[in-house]
Design a protein around this ligand. Structure first.
Ligand SMILES: O=C(O)CCC(=O)C(=O)O
Ligand SMILES: [Fe+2]
Length: 350
């Protein structure tokens, strides 16, 4: 029996056209159009997928609270200017019980430090080098490694859809991918939060488990997730049942975002997923591969798909991302750019 979620070696995506690459493209498209999840291994940069290497990035969680507070964003500390990038603290009454940091392309590409007034392109607050020696460099290397995997998958998806291989390329130049580091601690039983209701708790293999990552679909194009060895992630399969997405060293879990679902007229599935509490603290490292803010998303030349009204990626992303609890209270800080597009382009593109 074929497992629900396949593990694919993707080395062929980094080489010239070959039967092996065609085969990989077809398997990726089958996962994208089916369950919407897969695991990938065997690619340049896969040496990152060991506990030791991930620990280099996760060191940030050992910083003293005072250092983490310096990175907070505006919705958690009104003295801060950053509203989209930066630290989100635990919110004990929320279903999602996690803290972490969202980092943008300026982490990895110095020229991407943006002077424009779009919060989606604001610089990322990062810990001082003295506080975490070597950390910035490691995080930047990881960001670039994931961008390369995202790029290879993006081209594979173009081929898999029967479209010209470079059709998406231009949209991803100066993309605004997000590298997120997450820590889910054990829930504090004394926090006075009633977790007994169905919003907070589910039964898994006869055991009651609290939900620590609320059910959602990702917003972007494709998500590359390093799970760090601890179970808890679940995906909704085609029958509407929750299935476990087990972690495995040496692999990245891949799922597809709502942008790609919309862009392909539903050919690709943005599968809903959630995280249930394991018995230990859990860390994860998602990388959301995303196009540029001003990418104009219009129907692709695909047959049998419904046309849609073109939109700007940044407008769509802001509307979607600001519904998540860690982004609460910021929706009013950015207006859609559709109407004033020309003027805004002049200010923001290089
Ligand atoms: O922690 C995980 O395994 C999943 C995280 C996730 O789904 C997300 O951040 O979008
Ligand atoms: Fe997600």
């Amino acid at each position: 029996m074929t497992p629900d979620i396949e593990t694919l070696g993707i080395a062929a995506l980094f080489g010239p056209p070959s039967p092996a690459r065609d085969h990989t493209d077809a398997r990726i498209m089958a996962a994208a159009a089916g369950i919407g999840f897969m695991a990938v291994r065997n690619f340049p940069g896969d040496d990152w997928l060991t506990p030791d290497k991930r620990a280099q990035l996760l060191r940030i969680f050992a910083l003293p609270d005072a250092e983490k507070q310096k990175l907070l964003r505006w919705n958690f500390d009104r003295t801060k200017k950053n509203v989209y990038r930066g630290w989100f603290p635990l919110q004990p009454t929320a279903v999602s019980y996690k803290e972490g940091i969202d980092m943008g392309p300026d982490l990895a590409h110095a020229a991407d430090i943006s002077a424009c007034d779009d919060p989606l392109r604001e610089p990322t607050p990062l810990p001082a080098e003295e506080a975490l020696p070597g950390w910035r460099r490691a995080a930047a290397d990881y960001y670039r490694a994931m961008e390369a995997v995202g790029n290879a998958l993006m081209r594979s998806i173009a081929r898999g859809l029967g479209l010209p291989e470079p059709i998406f390329d231009g949209y991803f130049e100066h993309g605004i991918s997000t590298l997120r580091l997450i820590r889910y601690p054990l829930r504090d039983a004394n926090a006075g939060v009633d977790t007994s209701g169905p919003e907070f708790s589910i039964v898994h293999k006869g055991e009651t488990r609290t939900i620590i990552g609320r059910e959602h679909a990702d917003s972007g194009f494709v998500t590359l997730l390093a799970q760090d060895g601890v179970e808890g992630l679940q995906a909704k399969n085609l029958a509407g049942e929750w299935i476990d997405v087990p972690p495995a060293d040496g692999t990245l879990t891949v799922n597809f975002g709502q942008l790609l679902e919309r862009w392909t007229g539903g050919r690709v599935r943005a599968t809903r997923h959630r995280v249930i509490a394991p018995k230990t603290v859990r860390f994860s490292i998602p990388f959301f591969y995303e196009p540029r803010v001003d990418a104009e998303i219009a129907p692709l030349p695909l047959s049998d798909t419904e046309p849609f009204e073109p939109f700007l990626y940044g407008d769509y992303l802001w509307d979607s991302a600001t519904n998540f609890v860690e982004m609460s209270g910021i929706k009013h800080l950015r207006q859609p750019r559709r109407a004033g597009k020309r003027q805004w382009r002049l200010a923001c593109t290089r």
